[in-house]
Ligand binder design. Structure first.
Ligand SMILES: Nc1ncnc2c1ncn2[C@@H]1O[C@H](COP(=O)(O)OP(=O)(O)O)[C@@H](O)[C@H]1O
Ligand SMILES: [Mg+2]
Length: 241
């Protein structure tokens, strides 16, 4: 069953069609890889789904709700959470407060001790218990990424959008990151993963959509898509084994 159905999605910046007639579906509980070279429109597509940008044309159905035309806070209330390619945390607030802020858009918004307990639990999920009361601005880059994930999870999302969340991790951190996403997947969360780290894509994604110049170049099961000639020549550069 599809949780998300994107049909004929289009977004231009001036004369540039950043997303140009994109269509794909994401099944409930699926981890979908959204791949493609830099500038192919992946982040724009994520911005359209989360409502950070408004589509010029097309449809984005979450269940039966049309997200095109809906303001981003209403999309968040329907359970679409995201992390950003360029990390954005509230630097002056503590890690715990950042996560509590992430609960604000939830229909069952928690306050006080309940919010505290839940925030601490989410910080423990991402491995940040020790820095719960540290200002987010003092964290390392990697820990800020962890915090952003905890804040996204605070929304209790139905759909989680991860935009290059694994980028810039060292090999050890990468394994931890992959394990973390695998746990989320095992809990039944539906995820769209924009990612260049092919080991992570292979380990995590059931299916992939490959974008090129705003359009869909390929779609299908991960191993099959990564073996396609067009995908190799347009994106991967060389056969990936
Ligand atoms: N806010 C914007 N204004 C103008 N052009 C943009 C904007 N955002 C993205 N673009 C352009 O749209 C294209 C797709 O960008 P993006 O979605 O960020 O690609 P990707 O995430 O695949 O690298 C690029 O050519 C980029 O320069
Ligand atoms: Mg991007």
């Amino acid at each position: 069953m599809s949780l998300l159905k994107i049909n004929g999605l289009r977004k231009s910046f001036g004369g540039l069609r950043a997303v140009d007639g994109l269509s794909f579906e994401v099944a409930q509980g699926e981890v979908l890889g959204l791949l493609g070279p830099n500038g192919s429109g992946k982040t724009t597509a994520m911005n359209l789904i989360s409502g950070a940008l408004h589509a010029d044309q097309g449809s984005i159905l979450l269940g039966t709700d049309e997200l095109v035309g809906m303001p981003s806070h209403q999309i968040a209330r329907r359970g679409v959470a995201r992390t950003f390619q360029l990390v954005r945390v509230l630097g002056g607030m503590t890690c715990r407060e950042n996560v509590e802020a992430g609960m604000a858009f939830r229909p069952d918004h928690k306050f006080g001790p309940q919010a505290y307990d839940e925030a601490m639990q989410l910080l423990s999920v991402v491995g940040l218990s020790d820095v719960a009361e540290t200002p987010a601005g003092d964290l390392t880059y990697i820990d800020q990424k962890r915090l952003e994930l905890a804040r996204a999870l605070a929304l209790k999302p139905r759909l989680l959008l991860l935009d290059e969340w694994l980028a810039g991790l060292n090999p050890t951190e990468l394994q931890v990151g992959i394990a973390l996403i695998r746990d989320l997947r095992a809990q039944g969360l539906t995820i769209i993963l924009v990612e260049h780290v092919m080991d992570a894509v292979r380990a995590l994604c059931d299916r992939c959509v490959v974008m090129f110049a705003g359009t869909k170049l390929a779609e299908g099961e991960t191993a099959a898509v990564l073996a396609q000639e067009e995908v190799i020549s347009a994106y991967l550069g060389a056969p990936h084994v």
